[in-house]
Design a protein around this ligand. Structure first.
Ligand code: IDP
Ligand code: MG
Length: 151
């Protein structure tokens, strides 16, 4: 038994393309349990802290603009943040999501079906999903207060 929590964000392209219900349906169908959900305004500092590990990448400035909705006209910078839990939830959510690069993501995964690489070279890949237990705990705590999450 390896019950985990993991952070899922519906990224601005997912919201803009009306994929919210589909994402939640896929995660339900995978047997994961929704433990928390809210719309969150992604401040510059929240975006930078969330993607701290990538701060030296050339695409970092555009990644911050992307997650804040600046490429999709999300004027109030809000995304849908959720916590899912279940046995091996971290890997299972990533399996539903597919590979980071939409071109490499398997058909039928969220990113394989609905992700794209823009002509500017940005990856639009629908959702964020925590990548390992340490990241998951850090990210859940960054986005949610303890009392917002089902006990
Ligand atoms: P992940 O989201 O699958 O965990 P990470 O490597 O943690 O992938 O990267 C975070 C996000 O940064 C990706 O989801 C994607 O939006 C963006 N990203 C990662 N690598 C690239 C790249 O090579 N070009 C453009 N964007 C990238
Ligand atoms: Mg990651």
């Amino acid at each position: 038994m390896n019950k985990e929590r993991t952070l899922v964000l519906i990224k601005p392209d997912g919201l803009f393309r009306k994929l919210t219900g589909l994402v939640i349906d896929r995660l339900d169908a995978a047997g994961l349990e929704l433990a928390a959900a809210k719309m969150v305004t992604v401040s510059e500092s929240l975006a930078r802290e969330h993607y701290e590990a990538l701060k030296d990448k050339p695409f970092f400035p555009d990644l911050i603009r992307y997650i804040r909705g600046e490429f999709h006209g999300l004027k109030d910078h809000r995304v849908l943040a959720m916590v899912y839990r279940g046995e091996n939830a971290i890997r299972r959510v990533r399996d539903v999501a597919g590979a980071t690069n939409p071109e490499d993501a398997a058909p039928g995964t969220l990113r394989g079906s609905f992700g794209r690489i823009t002509t500017k070279g940005h990856f639009e890949n629908v959702i964020h999903a925590s990548s390992d237990p340490a990241d998951a705990e850090r990210e859940v705590k960054l986005w949610f207060r303890p009392e917002e999450i089902l006990p």
